[in-house]
Design a protein around this ligand. Sequence first.
Ligand code: PSU
Ligand code: MN
Length: 308
Amino acid sequence: MTVPLDLHPDVRAALAEDRPVVALESTLITHGLPYPTNLQTALAMEQAIRDHGATPATVAVLDGRIRVGLELADIERLIELGPEQVRKCSRRDLPLVVGLKGHGATTVAGTMIVAHMAGIDVFATGGIGGVHRGHPQDISADLVELGRTPVAVVCSGAKSILDLPLTLEVLETQGVPVIGYGTDELPAFYSRSSGLPVDLRIESPAEAAAIIDARSTLGLPQGILITVPVPAEHELPAEAAEQAIAEATRIADEQGITGKAITPFVLGKVLELTGGRSRDANTALLVNNAAVAAQIAVALAERRLTGR
Ligand code: PSU
Ligand code: MN
């Protein structure tokens, strides 16, 4: 069996010509955001990437084929099939959906694996998985993937529904540098600051590109986490966010929600509890991260072109 990997013609052409490409995940479309916010946000992220001079490559598995770069009709199909028919696809799930010709929406881990297979260095998303509050044995496969797959992930930290200090500890163990893009503090997803320090603050796409290049020159296998705070005008005040998250987590525990169902459940509850304000923050940071990732991909392509 050869790898059933289908690159969209635009993505294939960009990669062949060493032009910048940014990978996007699909779990946030099928499991992370409600309709129609999911469709609007997926398209807005792709547009933000194009507006900044790069080619978007949204990743998913359809009919057992790994797709890198989707058409509007593919995104609509994923949404219509919904979470019942589209498997949330982390590392462990890829052989299941490919083997049995199913459908999969890739998580951060799943998207990193596919991006690396396709030769894409930069990936934008909202928040990575992490260590769950009160369940320190529930460590997202995203953290382990970041330790072993060389893709730069541009995000707003880990979802703040997680235990951020423990998440940083696991990232350290995995050898993953956590970089703050214009910030000294790890962003807390819905809010700009967490009080937790990042490993290094940078200010420009060129610095991110230099670090990505150095990782590659050194032959190190790990990913790099580039964290970008939600734009200030869309920030959810830390206290309001924290209250909603604590309450949502309590309800999830009470209802015995576990495993991969926790994230969608808690995010849904937070949305209810903040009267939809968490959605504004979520979509704003996603589109902003896509734009930053595109700028980084452009800087990386320029750097490689000029050999410095
Ligand atoms: N961030 C969101 N919504 C999501 C996710 C992240 O705002 O749905 C998804 C991402 O795909 C991430 C995954 O990789 O949740 C982590 O899931 P788990 O904790 O089960 O590893
Ligand atoms: Mn988990």
